[in-house]
Design a protein around this ligand. Sequence first.
Ligand code: BG6
Ligand code: MG
Length: 223
Amino acid sequence: MIKGFVFDLDGVITDTAKYHYAAWKQVAHDELGIDINPTVNEGLKGVSRMDSLNVILKFGGKENAYTDTEKLEYATEKNDLYKSLIKQMTPADILPGISNFLKAITKAGYPMSLASASRNAPYIIDRLGLAEYFSAIVDPATLTKGKPDPEIFEKAADLIHTPYANTVGLEDAVAGIEGIQAAGMFAVGVGKPEVLGKADLLFPDTAHLDLAKIEAAFTSQRG
Ligand code: BG6
Ligand code: MG
């Protein structure tokens, strides 16, 4: 029986993935001389700011080219750029179907919390006008490991007091699906089967999210 939901933010509730990509693309090109592409971007989804920079440096064959201080500067530059892009966000940037889906979950009485690796998550949820739906937001600064480690999803479930086996996690990233499953939760993916094939249930996009389908799949797979 489902007792609660933990949500990723970027790429599930709103399409900030495109802003993360645009900001990294610019910093990687201008500062590191590395041109990233959509395939590299898949590996940036769900992972922390510094881990994202490390993925880009590895892709460019420059993993040992910079000091920690320099890396912090590039990560900060990316975040400044990112913040300038997200400050225009409004409730119109909520992905299709999400408002109704959150309403349906609330109406059904399930608690929800946010398991986003982003330090900008509270600001974005506020800009989207969705704060009322989430009982809690995990503070990524308290984490010892990023996705695909299950820690963030476990903390998110702990905050709404739901047993992991009765918690549903929603994700658009491979690292996220792996983390949800490593926590023993039911993983709902939003995206392509080539990327998120491991999910316990997959929807092609947020407009197709359907609480009744999730409940039915959960019951048939877990009882
Ligand atoms: C995740 C994004 O939600 O947050 C990642 O999918 C991002 O791409 C990570 O790197 C950290 O975000 P921020 O806003 O703290 O830099
Ligand atoms: Mg995401």
